[in-house]
Design a protein. Structure first.
Length: 359
């Protein structure tokens, strides 16, 4: 007969697996000394069970930023859209949608537009969506890919309003696609390269034209955006440091109107988030953890895949911007995975950063 304590531990472990991962206790304990920040809101759980939620992107409402939205992938069911209170306002049943990104101000023949792109592992394609002025998504094109298993994706918008998508596969392949040459949605692949091991998270700083690419078990690469940039890549930070623990996952950039830029990285292996000053030689600013908040009842975030950040004033609670992170263990109560909303002011306070100049 099995001991009751063993059965209790087994049940707890199975619960964690069903929620999307292994027990988080060892990693959480290892960095209990780090500054903690707290989510003030969380999205409704995704529809898929197990390891399903993955990557968010933030859409800024052009007239009322408090009505901005969060796109979040459900890599078993499709793509969800949430308001800033975490309520799902739209769902697109596209199958195994893994990562998502968007750009506003894309130059199209009919005027500036917003495009969102997502990797679709069911269709082995890149889904391209248009986003209306009210934040409604509509599938515009399903672009077939040669990549065997589409995985991560991020976008770049150049000064002329031309949008690009960086798409990677789980085997290390990368494709760069130009999406709207001449104001029409006609995707054209302009470059291919590969990393030795699995990549996923990536982000491009549109202001500097630098791409940041996460190689999960190695570190963060930086390189010039566009065709041929891979040949000039340099390593920004490595999992061999004490700042990142494999896997390196989501990457995001917090950039203010006055030009301050901070790179945020999900250090999935130890459930922390690392921050780098892109204005000061990529200097490491510190790390934080997203902890349980007994006061609000909102749990923290562990084993984070994707994340997104913005410095836009999104209204009460988010005046200095927002950090959105995927939560691999959605507890309090135990539910399917979701996304947590952390005010940037909490991050700034934890890292002793100055308040954004434009707020």
């Amino acid at each position: 007969m099995l001991h009751p304590l063993f059965l209790s531990a087994l049940a707890a472990g199975l619960g964690a697996l069903l929620a999307g991962g292994c027990s988080e206790e060892p990693a959480a304990a290892a960095h209990a000394d780090l500054a903690a920040v707290y989510a003030v809101a969380e999205t409704e759980p995704v529809r898929g069970g197990g390891d399903a939620a993955d990557d968010p992107a933030i859409w800024i409402h052009p007239e009322d930023a408090s009505m901005s939205l969060i796109l979040g992938t459900d890599k078993r069911r499709g793509l969800s859209v949430y308001d800033l209170a975490g309520r799902e306002v739209q769902f697109l049943p596209r199958g195994r949608v893994n990562n998502v990104d968007l750009r506003q101000g894309v130059a199209m023949a009919g005027g500036a537009a917003t495009l969102a792109v997502a990797t679709n592992r069911t269709e082995r394609a890149m889904d391209i969506f248009t986003v209306s002025a009210e934040g409604k998504l509509e599938l515009a094109l399903e672009q077939a890919l040669e990549i065997g298993d589409p995985y991560g994706i991020c976008m770049h918008l150049d000064a002329a309003g031309i949008a690009y998508a960086y798409v990677n596969g789980s085997d290390g392949e990368y494709e760069i696609w130009r999406l709207n040459e001449g104001g029409a949605l006609k995707p054209e692949r302009i470059d291919q390269f590969s990393l030795p091991t699995k990549p996923e998270g990536c982000v491009v700083d549109d202001h500097t034209g630098i791409a940041y690419i996460g190689e999960e078990e190695h570190g963060i690469w930086k390189m010039p955006a566009g065709a041929g940039g891979f040949d000039e890549k340099t390593l920004l930070d490595s999992v061999d440091s004490d700042r990142l623990a494999a896997d390196v996952e989501g990457l995001g950039i917090y950039r203010t109107e006055q030009g301050r830029a901070i790179l945020v990285a999900s250090s999935q292996g130890d459930y922390t988030y690392a921050f780098y000053d892109l204005n000061d030689g990529d200097r490491y600013l510190g790390s934080v953890r997203v902890a349980d908040d007994p006061a609000s009842g909102i749990d923290g975030a562990e084993e984070t895949d994707g994340l997104a950040a913005t410095s836009a004033n999104l209204g009460p609670g988010f005046e200095q911007g927002l950090l959105v992170v995927q939560d691999g263990f959605n507890r309090l109560p135990e539910e399917r995975q979701n996304f947590k909303l952390v005010p940037w002011r909490a991050v700034a306070a934890a890292l002793n950063l100055p308040a954004p100049e434009n707020k």
